[in-house]
Design a protein around this ligand. Structure first.
Ligand SMILES: NC(=O)c1ccc[n+]([C@@H]2O[C@H](COP(=O)([O-])OP(=O)(O)OC[C@H]3O[C@@H](n4cnc5c(N)ncnc54)[C@H](O)[C@@H]3O)[C@@H](O)[C@H]2O)c1
Length: 325
């Protein structure tokens, strides 16, 4: 039997390769750098499947270059790199990896929140510098996390997982979302729904967990920062373009807000030079990066591909209308 041809833009992990091995003829991109666009377009030509990362754009150009393509399986929950409508038009199924990364990503949002509140980046730099003269009463004093108010912008899978962590820190949890959560979820997580304007005025920490959509691009702009408390911090582990970086830098420079902790950026891997300040904690888009979780994500993408080629319904279809099963 001829196996369907698949291009994986990463060597993935052993566990995912095992899933694919028996059923697909997979060409892996094994270089340490991400593949240049021309390589992706060249290698996809005769493939029926694509396993890609969020660094690859699955758009009209790619779809045109891949006339045999039946599935684009993203190894990420966010799928702003995929033009789902264009996929649907060509009958290509798009899939993502929801659920398996919630706790790991929430752990990291919490790590950033704690790090910026307690000035861990500055403390680490001082401890390594050779200039630390010893304990002092007002040295690197930060701000408490416990007992404060956490504002969640986006109360989906990851936003709710962050709320659970806040409960353990005896915080008040407020949230805003396009859709209000069911009462039992609000009760369980002791989370209070409010409109964005009220949340901006009340939160001591705002953690962003909305997907990147046309409506959320630039959601955190100058007007939002001007409504935040001067003592408040912004934490972003969603997607860079949800925050207007020029406006964020201006807000930090004019002390409109107290600081920020970021995992994602508008033009990755470029980081706005104005963000390289002591009161900003910077991470290189690693919120879901635990070995366990990244392995699960790769396996989930592999399972989606296998399911389609075996005539089953992949679990994480973004455009299930293209499926005949
Ligand atoms: N930094 C990372 O490595 C990393 C890891 C995982 C996920 N993410 C990002 O986090 C995002 C959220 O993931 P999730 O699994 O929690 O998604 P989800 O779909 O479960 O939750 C998203 C929430 O945002 C809400 N929302 C959508 N549009 C909105 C709007 N215009 N205004 C207010 N609320 C809106 C939705 O109603 C939903 O409740 C992903 O889309 C992805 O971009 C980043």
């Amino acid at each position: 039997m001829v196996k369907p041809k698949v291009f994986a833009t990463h060597s993935l992990f052993d566990a995912a390769r095992k899933i694919l091995h028996d059923n697909c003829d997979v060409e892996y991109w094994t270089q340490p750098e991400r593949p240049p666009r021309e390589e992706v377009l060249k290698r996809i030509k005769d493939k029926e499947g694509l396993i890609c990362l969020l660094t690859e754009k699955v758009n009209e150009e790619l779809l045109q270059a891949a006339p045999k393509l039946r599935i684009a399986a993203n190894v990420a929950v966010g799928f702003d790199n995929i033009d789902v409508a264009a996929c649907t038009k060509r009958g290509v199924l798009a899939t993502n990896t929801p659920g398996v990364l919630d706790e790991t990503t929430a752990d990291f949002a919490w790590t950033l929140l704690m790090a910026v509140a307690r000035r861990l980046g500055e403390g680490d730099a001082l401890a390594r510098s050779g200039n630390w003269k010893g304990w002092d009463l007002d040295q690197l004093v930060g701000t408490d996390v416990w007992g404060k108010t956490l504002g969640l912008a986006g109360f989906g899978r990851i936003g709710r997982a962050v709320a659970r962590r806040a409960n353990g820190f005896r915080m008040r949890v407020i949230y805003t979302d396009a859709v209000r959560a069911p009462a039992e979820v609000e009760n369980e997580l002791r989370a209070e729904f409010m409109e964005m304007t009220a949340l901006l005025a009340e939160a001591d920490f705002i953690s962003v967990h909305v997907p990147l959509l046309p409506e959320t691009r630039g959601l955190f702009d100058a007007s939002k920062f001007s409504r935040m408390k001067a003592t408040a911090f912004l934490i972003n582990t969603s997607r860079g373009p949800v925050v207007d970086e020029n406006a964020l830098v201006a807000a930090l420079e004019s002390n409109k807000i107290a600081g920020a902790a970021l995992d994602v950026y508008e033009k990755e891997p470029i980081i706005h030079p104005g963000l390289k300040r002591p009161n900003v904690v910077l991470a290189p888009h690693i919120a879901s990066a635990s070995l366990e979780t990244r392995t699960k994500m790769a396996c989930m993408a592999a399972e989606n591909v296998i399911a389609l080629f075996e005539g089953r319904r992949p679990e994480n279809a973004l455009n299930p209308e293209v499926l005949k099963v």
